[in-house]
Design a protein around this ligand. Sequence first.
Ligand code: ZN
Length: 316
Amino acid sequence: MERELLFLKPVCTHNIWGGTRLRTDFGYEVEGDDIGECWGISAHPNGDGEIRDGRLAGRKLSEVWEEYPELFGRLKYDRFPLLTKIIDARDDLSIQVHPDDAYAAEHENGSFGKTECWYVLDCPKDATLVIGHQAKDREELETMIREGRWNEFIREIPVSKGDFLQIDPGTVHAIKGGMLILETQQNSDITYRVYDYDRLSNGKPRELHVRQSIDVITVPAASPEQSVKKTGDVEPNRLQSLHSCEYYEVFKLVVQGKAQVVQCYPFLNLSVVEGRGQIDGRSLKKGDHLIVPNRYGSIELEGTMEIIASTVPVMV
Ligand code: ZN
């Protein structure tokens, strides 16, 4: 089993702000014009991915995690720790913030907090994202939120294709319409909605979490320079680390011709975001998501592809 790649069947979701690119660009067979998210590598109960083929075909990732801990390096996490999504935002998403582990444990029935990061797959020219806010202290933060002074509060920063953004708990953030993003995150779904542009959903505004937001937002916010990293031209055929934190390490891999990557991590998630080719003789294309298990050894890739990969630090 150790030499078997775990390809996953993605789970797509319908969202009021979603679009059609997950079907038209990525080839996922989902109907509708409101496809917001593809949960490519997920063992979360709201979208537990199934193994596509091989000896574990049809099994849920959460079950494989439980029954075959050796495939993931026998880590001490009580559940599969990561979640990889592709997000197609036709419209603006609500402005949100996530709690850290301590706040979530206390206020959300022992759930994990949520640290996440974004890799911008595509966006319009002159695109912006909401990252951070303009309040200088907690008192001003509370006043701006309670009085709805959103134009003063919200900070938008310019982004372009290939940018990487780390979103620590407490960071105000929102994806804007027209963006296509790959998100790597802790396996958690706890989100506090700060502001929803006064939109109505089924005739009424969606719930806001004002108290929790004021509690968890970091003041002052990190600077725009600290928030966005340009990934630029990476050296091909080599895993290039984009960011590492206590929850994950995210890499970019551009395959041109042949590449050999040594899988020296507890496990390695791979999501193909551009192109096509092969992995150890099996076909691989844009939209594929897979896990390279523990002790797999050397991976041989071939073709013209762009891949975003992730793993977790080893807990001691
Ligand atoms: Zn978020």
